[in-house]
Design a protein around this ligand. Structure first.
Ligand SMILES: [Co+2]
Length: 352
């Protein structure tokens, strides 16, 4: 499950969302005289020609997004009542409150026993995610996926981490088509041509394991299938630069390079996070290019979970305070693993 960067770090500055975006910028031009010999005029003409080209390119991109979408916009379905968790299953501390927990400042670096517990929680999360993926087909509701995921997690003696996190009402996030993350399972039936990210986090023996994947429902247009594939590759490339002593900003650099090769965009608003005994902690993992400081250390665990969009990265959040969609209605894909930093690389813990 991704952290909302602005809510996590600057709750009083929600206008910060998207604030770092800048359109292609042009030097400010001096006013020119009507004389054709003025060299500024030539510069102006060239620059305005360039600006025009950018505008046309943007319009074409938006048109292709609209064409690919071909589906009515996502709407809220009915959300069923909250599912019970047996009393013997230990709850994470945030379940007692409706408030969104703050991002804990400590890194999560483990001893041998902690690593074993991280492995167990992460492997369970991966198994649940695989199972959830087998349920994806036209006519299945996201509520049915939630119920199945919930049952498998409590049968394993674990707690579904999203349930009650900051008031989140369900056990898993299901984000369909233009929903970039934190979709709430409801009565909407999946349709042929949908994509759906299922984001599973479990709390087992005091440790969280967090993983997500975007699944394809039926047949989707080639452009969307490619977006999904490239998003997974971006996550893998981000993981490939991780090891003890590497800087966190390499992750964003590598992911952006790969996304840009295909003309895709990397969402900045949602970030990866430290994970372990605490669901969301430092370090914040930016998936876009950045100059943030910070070095990975051995035995540390965190998530890498890039979201890529076909169109623009600006987002809108529904009044439920969770469901977040691309503002332009274009599709978004996301993949996530929990990883363990080792001396020579990173081990993916959320695999089975
Ligand atoms: Co996460």
């Amino acid at each position: 499950m991704a952290v909302n960067f602005s809510a996590a770090l600057s709750p009083s500055k929600s206008s910060f969302v998207g604030g770092r975006l800048s359109p292609p910028s042009f030097p400010s031009l001096p006013s020119h005289s009507p004389s054709g010999a003025n060299p500024h005029l030539v510069v102006c003409r060239r620059l305005f020609g360039l600006e025009e080209a950018f505008k046309l390119q943007r319009e074409r991109q938006l048109q292709s997004v609209t064409k690919v979408r071909r589906k009515p916009p996502l709407r809220r379905g009915r959300v069923s009542p909250r599912l019970p968790v047996p009393d013997h299953i230990p709850r994470p501390p945030y379940v007692a409150t409706r408030d969104l927990p703050e991002i804990a400042s400590e890194y999560q670096v483990h001893d041998a026993e902690g690593i074993e517990r991280m492995r167990a929680a992460s492997e369970l999360a991966a198994r649940v995610l695989n199972y959830a993926g087998t349920l994806v087909r036209p006519s299945v509701t996201t509520d049915e996926i939630d119920k199945a995921v919930h049952q498998m997690i409590i049968d394993a003696g674990a707690y579904p981490s999203p349930l009650g996190y900051g008031g989140f009402p369900k056990s898993v996030c299901t984000s369909v088509n233009e929903c970039m993350c934190h979709g709430i399972p409801d009565s909407r039936q999946l349709q042929d041509g949908d994509i759906i990210n299922i984001d599973v986090t479990v709390y087992l023996n005091g440790y969280h394991g967090d993983t997500s994947k975007t699944f394809i429902c039926g047949t989707v247009p080639n452009e969307i299938e490619r977006l999904v594939k490239v998003t997974e590759e971006c996550m893998e490339r981000g993981i490939a630069v991780c090891k003890d002593g590497a800087s966190f900003r390499k992750i964003g650099k590598r992911i952006s390079e790969h996304a840009e090769r295909y003309g895709y965009h990397v969402v900045e608003r949602f970030v990866g996070h430290g994970v372990g005994t605490i669901f969301h902690s430092q370090p914040i993992i930016n998936h876009h290019r950045n100059e943030e400081p910070g070095i990975m250390v051995e035995n540390q665990t965190f998530t890498i979970e890039p979201i890529l969009t076909l169109g623009r990265i600006e987002s809108v959040t529904w009044p439920d305070n969770w469901t977040t969609l691309t503002a332009d209605g274009g599709p978004a894909a996301q993949f996530e693993h929990t990883i363990l930093i080792t001396r020579r690389g990173a081990e993916i813990l959320t695999k089975c």
